[in-house]
Design a binder for this molecule. Structure first.
Ligand code: ARG
Ligand code: ZN
Length: 391
C-alpha cells in the first residue's frame, strides 16, 4: 500500500514540464523499490500535497533541507564573486575550460591535451593525458567526471586529480611510479552542456542531470548519458520516455558525448587497462554488472580491488564506502558506460559515487571539496597501482 502511494507520487513526478517531484536518490522514480530510502526535492508550491500523500501512506518522512533555496545560496556564495579557478570551489565551464588549457601548457612535460569531439551544443570535450612522456605507448587508466550535470563534486575531483598528479610527481613515490610507467587519460567534464545549464539558468535548473539534446516528438530535453551505452541498452532501470531522468535515448550512443567517449575508448582499447567513471552521491564503489544480476567473470578480483580501494579511502578521514556490483548494490540499470567498457574488454571498470550519503546530496558544501578529493585520490591511486602491478 505504502509503495503504491509512493508510486502514485512517482507517476505525478513524471508529468513534465511541471515537475512536482525531483528525485535525487534514486535518480529516477523508475528505480524506486520496496524498502528503499528515497531522497526527493519538492517545490514549495507542491509541498502540502506531497506531504499529505506521504503522511497518509504512513511513509516515514525526514526533512533534509527546510529551505533548499537557502542551502543553494549558502553553497554558492562565492559563485559570482570570483571567476578565478580554485580547486576548493566549484568552477563553471568557462573557468574549467581556461584552466584545462593553462594547466596543460604549464606542465607540458607531463600533460598533453586533445579534443575527442564536441558536445551537442558544440563545446570541445578536452581529454588530458597525464604521464611522463616516454616516446612509446604506455598502459593507461581512463577516468571521466561529470556524466551527470548536477554532480558537481565529480567535476571538482577530476580537476583536483590532475593538479595533484602533476604536483606530486617527483615527490610522492607512488604517483611518480604511476606516471613513469602509465598514463591517466582524464576527461574532466563529460556532459558539458548539462553542466553549463546548471550554472547559467535559474537556480531551479541547478538539479539538471541529463544531456541537453532535443528529443523528436517531445518537448522534454535530454538523455541520461549513463543509460545510453551498449550494455543491455534500455532493458532495465532505464526509461524510453524522453521526459524521464533516466531516458535511455533514441538509440545506443544517440548522444554525441557518448559516441565521442565510446569512439575514443574503442580506438585506444589496447592500452586502456582501467575505466573509472565518477558520479555522486552515496559513497559507493560499483563494478559490473548493473544491466544484469549475473556476476562478472572477474567478480572476485574486482571485489577485492574495490575493498582495498575503499579501505585506502577510509584511512584518511574515516569516510565509509560500500562496494559491490551495481545491480545488487544499488539497482539494476542498463546502458551504463562501466558495463559497456567492461564487456568491451576493459577489466578494471568502476563507478565511484562520491560523498555524501544524503545530508547535502548534490549540494555538497565547498568546504567538503578538499577532504572528498583527498580521500578519493587514495582510492584512485590504489586501483591504478594494482592495475600497474597486475598487467
Ligand atoms: N547512479 C549511477 C547511475 O544511475 C550508478 C551507475 C552504476 N552503473 C550502471 N551501469 N548503472 O547512473
Ligand atoms: Zn551520476
Amino acid at each position: 500500500m505504502k509503495v503504491l502511494l509512493l508510486l502514485g507520487l512517482v507517476a505525478v513526478a513524471l508529468c513534465e514540464p511541471t515537475k512536482f517531484v525531483d528525485f535525487w536518490k534514486p535518480d529516477s522514480p523508475d528505480l524506486v523499490t520496496i524498502g528503499m530510502n528515497v531522497d526527493i526535492h519538492v517545490p514549495a508550491a507542491q509541498l502540502d500535497m506531497v506531504f499529505t500523500i506521504l503522511q497518509q501512506s504512513g511513509i516515514e518522512v525526514k526533512i533534509m533541507f527546510e529551505n533548499l533555496q537557502e542551502a543553494v545560496e549558502a553553497q554558492m556564495d562565492n559563485k559570482r564573486a570570483t571567476k578565478a579557478h580554485d580547486y576548493t570551489k566549484y568552477n563553471n565551464w568557462a573557468t574549467i575550460n581556461d584552466w584545462v588549457v593553462s594547466i596543460s601548457s604549464a606542465n607540458a612535460d607531463l600533460i598533453s591535451r586533445q579534443v575527442i569531439g564536441n558536445t551537442y551544443e558544440g563545446r570541445p570535450m578536452h581529454l588530458l593525458k597525464i604521464g611522463k612522456k616516454t616516446g612509446s605507448a604506455k598502459p593507461a587508466v581512463f577516468m571521466d567526471c561529470g556524466f551527470h550535470a548536477r554532480e558537481w563534486i565529480t567535476h571538482a575531483f577530476c580537476q583536483w586529480f590532475i593538479n595533484e598528479a602533476v604536483s606530486t610527481y617527483g615527490s610522492d613515490p607512488e604517483m611518480t611510479n604511476l606516471l613513469d610507467r602509465m598514463d591517466f587519460l582524464v576527461l574532466p567534464v563529460f556532459n558539458i552542456d548539462g553542466y553549463e545549464y546548471t550554472w547559467t539558468k535559474e537556480r531551479s535548473y541547478l538539479m539538471w542531470r541529463k544531456t541537453r539534446s532535443k528529443n523528436s516528438g517531445s518537448s522534454c530535453i535530454g538523455t541520461d548519458p549513463n543509460r545510453n551505452f551498449d550494455a543491455g541498452w534500455c532493458t532495465t532501470g532505464a526509461s524510453s520516455n524522453p521526459c524521464s531522468e533516466t531516458y535511455c535515448g533514441s538509440s545506443i550512443e544517440s548522444e554525441i558525448e557518448s559516441k565521442n567517449l565510446a569512439n575514443f575508448i574503442r580506438s585506444n582499447k589496447s592500452i586502456i587497462k582501467a575505466y573509472l567513471t565518477v558520479h555522486s552521491y552515496s559513497q559507493l564503489l560499483l563494478f559490473p554488472y548493473s544491466y544484469k544480476y549475473g556476476l562478472a567473470a572477474d567478480h572476485s578480483e574486482l571485489l577485492s580491488v574495490s575493498q582495498g580501494a575503499i579501505a585506502a579511502l577510509r584511512s584518511l578521514h574515516g569516510t565509509r564506502y560500500t562496494s559491490g556490483p551495481g545491480a545488487v548494490t544499488i539497482y539494476p540499470a542498463a546502458g551504463g558506460s562501466d558495463d559497456w567498457a567492461y564487456d568491451l574488454g576493459v577489466k578494471y571498470s568502476y563507478t565511484f559515487e562520491l560523498r555524501d550519503e544524503g545530508r547535502y546530496g548534490f549540494l555538497l558544501p565547498e568546504s567538503q571539496i578538499k577532504p572528498t578529493c583527498e580521500e578519493t585520490m587514495l582510492a584512485v591511486k590504489y586501483i591504478a597501482s594494482y592495475v600497474l602491478n597486475n598487467l
